[in-house]
Design a protein around this ligand. Structure first.
Ligand SMILES: Nc1ncnc2c1ncn2[C@@H]1O[C@H](COP(=O)(O)OP(=O)(O)O)[C@@H](O)[C@H]1O
Ligand SMILES: [Mg+2]
Length: 258
């Protein structure tokens, strides 16, 4: 094997000996105790592990919502800890989409407007926002539901709106923290099918926290956290869902957005 020195050869995401301590003094709690993790472009990773093992803490650091106490986070070879707060915010907005357990949609606000919000922050024109939001809602199977408010949508539909909102900025990485935690099994499976399709068809890298083995089964790789460390990191030998028939996700199928 020869070493390729170009930046393109860098992993998409790399955590090296990352620790995170919340609080100080006698109240200090070390949520991450030395996490090493490498994720390549196009991967689909399920993050599992007991409650309190540091999964959300790690996701928040990966998504540039929080910073490590020590250790290094490299995004495409760039040391994130050396970026300014503003540069980190730009990295977050440019490359990451977030989906949470609780949907986090604005109430009394249409699906369309919820999805447009990230583009409003980007300063895009009204016409561009409308078009992109409609396309994102169609991509999650919600064409025709644009003008419904969250209260008029089922839990599964609300989570689809949240996924459309994460997609509308065309993120490199989708971070999903227990996205099926508030849904019944069937609705959960539908969300997983959707995430698997986005990974497979658009080449979006997906990192998803879940407690449920049935949901983790859609991922290519399963990383298990225990007590603030990665206890195991294994390939899923029996992937279910959209990527099951293919060896690897491909970026070639990603549609160009006008
Ligand atoms: N903002 C915070 N301040 C203090 N402790 C926190 C904070 N966030 C998380 N923790 C603690 O850190 C540990 C890991 O939390 P978390 O990353 O949320 O775990 P998980 O997502 O695996 O359930 C838990 O013990 C939690 O109580
Ligand atoms: Mg959590």
């Amino acid at each position: 094997m020869t070493r390729d020195p170009t930046p393109a050869a860098a992993a998409l995401i790399e955590l090296r000996a990352v620790t995170k301590t919340y609080g100080t003094g006698s109240a200090a709690f070390q949520a991450l105790r030395g996490v090493d993790l490498t994720v390549t472009d196009g991967d689909f990773v399920a993050v599992m592990g007991p409650s309190g093992s540091g999964k959300s803490t790690a996701m928040n650091i990966l998504g540039c919502l929080d910073v490590p106490t020590s250790g290094a986070y490299l995004f495409r070879g760039v040391p994130v800890q050396r970026l300014s707060r503003d540069q980190r915010a730009l990295l977050r907005r440019r490359h990451f989409g977030f989906v949470f357990q609780g949907f986090n949609l604005l109430p009394r606000t249409s699906a369309q407007e919820n999805v447009e919000l990230p583009l409003l922050y980007r300063g895009e024109s009204t016409a561009a926002r409308h078009a992109a939001a409609r396309e994102a809602l169609a991509a999650v199977g919600l064409a025709g539901w644009e003008h419904h408010t969250p209260a008029e949508l089922s839990g599964g539909q609300q989570q689809r709106v949240a996924i459309a909102r994460a997609l509308v900025t065309e993120p490199t990485v989708l971070l999903a923290d227990e996205p099926t935690g508030n849904l019944d099994t069937q609705r959960g499976r539908e969300i997983m099918e959707l995430l698997a399709a986005l990974n497979h068809e658009r080449g979006i890298t997906v990192l998803m926290v879940t407690h449920e083995p049935d949901m983790a089964a859609y991922a290519r790789r399963i990383v298990r956290f225990v007590d603030g460390r990665v206890a195991s990191d294994t390939l899923n030998g029996h992937v279910v869902g959209a990527a099951a028939s293919a060896a690897a996700p491909t970026k070639a199928a990603a549609p160009e957005n006008a």
